[in-house]
Design a protein around this ligand. Structure first.
Ligand code: G1P
Length: 275
C-alpha cells in the first residue's frame, strides 16, 4: 500500500492554445489517440498505488466527471459486442479509484489551484499531476518513481528534466546541490525566469509530491506581477528550509500544452501502440 493515497489534478485552465477545440471541451479531455490526457494521468497515479483522485475543475469541465462515470446508454448499446473492451480501461479505473471534485472559481495560478484542492486533500501528503505533461516510460511511471523516493525522504518532491537554455523561461527552474543519484536538494527556485537569468537548466515538470504544510506556505505566498499565486514561489519558502528535493526522473515527457508537443505525443503513442 502506497503512503501516497491521493492525487490532485489541477484542471481548471482554459487551454486557449487549442481553440476552437477547447471552446466547449476541457483541454484535459483532448485525446492522445483514443485516451484523454487526464486518463493517462489517472493511470499513472494508479500505477503509483494512488486510488483517491481529487480534481480541481472549473466552469465547462463537466465532461471530466462524466468520463470517470458509467454511461448506461453506451454500456447498454455495446454490451456483448467486440466494442466492449474499448471501455475496459475506464471501467478498471472506476473499479479501483474514487473521484472527488471541487471548482476553482477564478484563475489565479497553479498555487491557488492547489490550495483550492485542500478541501479534497485534508492533512495527508499527496501527489499532483498536471495532465498537460504527458509522461511515457517502460517500467515504473514517473509518479511511482517519486513515491518510492518519498518513502525515503518524506519531503516535498518536484520532478525535473534538463531543458535547452533557451527554453528555461517556460518553466519553474531549480537551483540546488546533488544529494544522491538524480536527486537534488533545492536551495532556490524561480518561476519562468527571464532569458539568461535561470539559475540552471533543470526545469520543473508537472509532477509533485507535497506535504500538507504546502497549504500554509501557499496562503503565505504573495501573488506575482500577473496576480497569480505560483506553486514555485510557495515551494521556494520550504526549499529555503531544506524541505524540497528535485528528482530527475527516468522517462520521456511531452508538453501537451503546446501543439507541437501534442502532435509528437500522438505520433509516438500511436507508433508504439501505447494507447
Ligand atoms: C506550471 C508551473 C511551472 C512548471 C510547469 C510544468 O507552469 O508553474 O513551474 O515548470 O507547469 O509544466 P504552466 O505550464 O502551467 O505555465
Amino acid at each position: 500500500m502506497s503512503v501516497i493515497k491521493k492525487c490532485l489534478f489541477p484542471a481548471a485552465g482554459y487551454g486557449t492554445r487549442f481553440l476552437p477545440a477547447t471552446k466547449a471541451m476541457p483541454k484535459e479531455m483532448l485525446p492522445i489517440v483514443t485516451k484523454p490526457l487526464i486518463q493517462y494521468g489517472v493511470e499513472e497515479a494508479m500505477a503509483a498505488g494512488v486510488s483517491e483522485m481529487a480534481i480541481v475543475t472549473g466552469r465547462g469541465k463537466r465532461a471530466i466527471e462524466d468520463h470517470f462515470d458509467i454511461s448506461y446508454e453506451l454500456e447498454h448499446q455495446i454490451a456483448g459486442s467486440d466494442k466492449e473492451e474499448l471501455l475496459q480501461s475506464t471501467r478498471n479505473i472506476m473499479e479501483h479509484c474514487t473521484f472527488s471534485y471541487t471548482r476553482q472559481i477564478a484563475m489565479k495560478g497553479l498555487g491557488h489551484a492547489i490550495l483550492t484542492g485542500e478541501t479534497l486533500i485534508g492533512d495527508d501528503p499527496f501527489a499532483v499531476v498536471l495532465a498537460d505533461d504527458y509522461c511515457v516510460i517502460e517500467g515504473d511511471g514517473v509518479l511511482a518513481q517519486m513515491v518510492m523516493l518519498y518513502e525515503k525522504y518524506q519531503c516535498n518532491i518536484v520532478a525535473i528534466e534538463e531543458v535547452p537554455e533557451n527554453e528555461t523561461y517556460r518553466y519553474g527552474v531549480i537551483e540546488g546541490e546533488i544529494e544522491a543519484d538524480n536527486v537534488y536538494r533545492i536551495s532556490n527556485m524561480v518561476e519562468k525566469p527571464a532569458p539568461g537569468e535561470a539559475p540552471s537548466n533543470l526545469a520543473i515538470i508537472g509532477r509533485y509530491i507535497l506535504n500538507p504544510d504546502i497549504f500554509d506556505a501557499i496562503r503565505n505566498t504573495r501573488p506575482d506581477k500577473n496576480g497569480e499565486i505560483q506553486i514555485t514561489d510557495a515551494l521556494r519558502e520550504l526549499a529555503q528550509q531544506g524541505k524540497v528535493i528535485a528528482y530527475k526522473f527516468t522517462g520521456k515527457r511531452f508538453d501537451c500544452g503546446s501543439i507541437d508537443g501534442f502532435i509528437d505525443a500522438t505520433n509516438y503513442t500511436y507508433k508504439l501502440g501505447l494507447n
